[in-house]
Ligand binder design. Structure first.
Ligand SMILES: [Mg+2]
Length: 411
């Protein structure tokens, strides 16, 4: 083949959510940690220390505790993981702009045109691992291959902290004895894997040797793709990085310095959080139309209400008014409030939107001016009057922490 050999990487973060929690809270380092979804009792990710005890994704907390009594349960914080992902993407983009976000903790990269700047493809992988370790504090596993399928399979082979390259000349040997179940996540679902086994096709090698006619008869048009996957030759291009695709929602939450029933304080917090969220949305160039309001009372009961509005926004005041409406319509101040969160989801890229009215144009310009001033002179130099209440309550300074999220010690 005189076609130029391609070098595709899959970067797969190790025990991602649990590892992020461990770097944010060093007291969790080296300990068995399990991350659960908000209000859920099912484990999303277990740290490698916890995996040694058999703790894994999908177990309930009681099941996991039985296996590992000293397991530390941490409530997941998706915003923190998204922020960390975006920081990882920034590092990857130093190596190529062909970075395709596959999931919150996995990215494909095509370094065919750029690896020579860093040595070999393997050297490039080493350098990426080193930078993610040094700058973020996390370990990842990297697979290198001539296409996405091989890169993904190679990344799963040695985890955690692995780096493995399969050259195109080695594909056949690499695939030959690979069980078809291992092809899940590279285009083959578990039902298809089961069907293949029923047909006596147990390995990728078997699949590669099965006639196209037979595969077409059983799987229709997908039969062709299946054969290609089995051969390790299935190939789709790595897309260029689209910042906005990586972001599903933007949100901030904040635990009050002391629990309160004071409505003016609550309102000032909602405004502060809304402004923070809006500012970050503008930075990401996204607008959204679903407002999510989260509240935690002093007894740790936590509630979340969402509302989809008729227009798209990245305006702090609009988000504030909607969040405030949700608050007033659904919650009371009989009990003290401990934590508040505001999130906007259902996002689209702001640039794609056509502005129909001059009014919006002007408002957007004004917002831009405020952001520019704040960039030059620090956060909230220009601010709505209500924020002064927040200042008195001592939260403006602390809110600077929200961006990097402080660690919640409770629960
Ligand atoms: Mg992973």
């Amino acid at each position: 083949m005189d076609e130029k050999e391609k070098y595709i990487l899959l970067i797969d973060m190790d025990a991602y959510f649990a590892s992020v929690e461990q770097i944010c809270n060093p007291s969790l380092k080296g300990k068995p940690v399990a991350v659960c979804g908000e209000g859920r009792t099912v484990i999303t990710t277990a740290s490698y220390e916890a995996r040694k005890f058999g703790v894994k994704t999908g177990l309930t907390i009681p099941e996991a505790k039985k296996l590992c009594p000293h397991l530390i349960i941490v409530k997941g914080d998706l915003e923190k993981y998204v922020d960390t992902s975006l920081n990882i993407h920034k590092i990857l983009l130093d190596f190529t702009d062909k970075v395709e976000v596959f999931s919150i903790d996995e990215c494909f990269m095509d370094i065919t045109d750029s690896y020579k700047l860093f040595g070999s493809p393997f050297d490039t992988g080493l350098m990426i691992k080193k930078r993610i370790k040094e700058e973020i504090g996390l370990s990842c596993s990297i697979g290198i291959g001539p296409n996405k399928t091989i890169a993904k399979l190679a990344a799963k082979l040695f985890k955690p902290d692995g780096l493995y390259e399969v050259k195109s000349s080695a594909i056949e040997g690499f695939m030959n004895f690979l069980p078809v179940e291992k092809l899940q996540g590279v285009g083959i679902g578990d039902k298809t894997a089961m069907k293949l086994k029923m047909l006596g096709i147990n390995t990728a090698g078997d699949l590669s040797r099965t006639s196209s006619m037979l595969l077409r008869a059983y799987f229709g048009i997908n039969g062709y793709i299946l054969k290609k996957i089995g051969q390790g030759l299935y190939d789709t291009p790595v897309k260029k990085y689209l910042y906005q695709d990586a972001i599903k929602s933007v949100g901030h939450s904040y635990t009050l310095p002391e629990d309160t029933k004071d409505e003016s304080v609550i309102k000032s917090y909602i405004l502060m959080l809304s402004e923070k969220v809006a500012r970050r949305m503008r930075k990401y160039n996204v607008k959204g139309r679903t407002i999510i309001f989260i509240i935690r009372y002093s007894d740790f009961k936590t509630y979340m209400k969402r509302k989809t509005i008729k227009y798209l926004t990245y305006d702090g005041n609009e988000i504030y008014l909607e969040a405030l409406k949700i608050f007033k319509e659904n919650f009371n101040l009989k009990n003290k409030i401990r934590m508040i969160g505001v999130t906007v989801s259902n996002l689209i890229i702001a640039d794609r939107e056509k502005f129909l009215f001059d009014f919006y144009e002007k408002k957007n310009k004004l917002i831009k001016v405020i952001d520019d001033i704040n960039d030059k002179f620090g956060e909230f130099t220009v601010r709505p009057a209500l924020l002064t209440i927040a200042e008195k309550f001592g939260i403006v300074k602390k809110c600077a922490l929200i961006g990097s999220r402080q660690i919640k010690k409770h629960n």
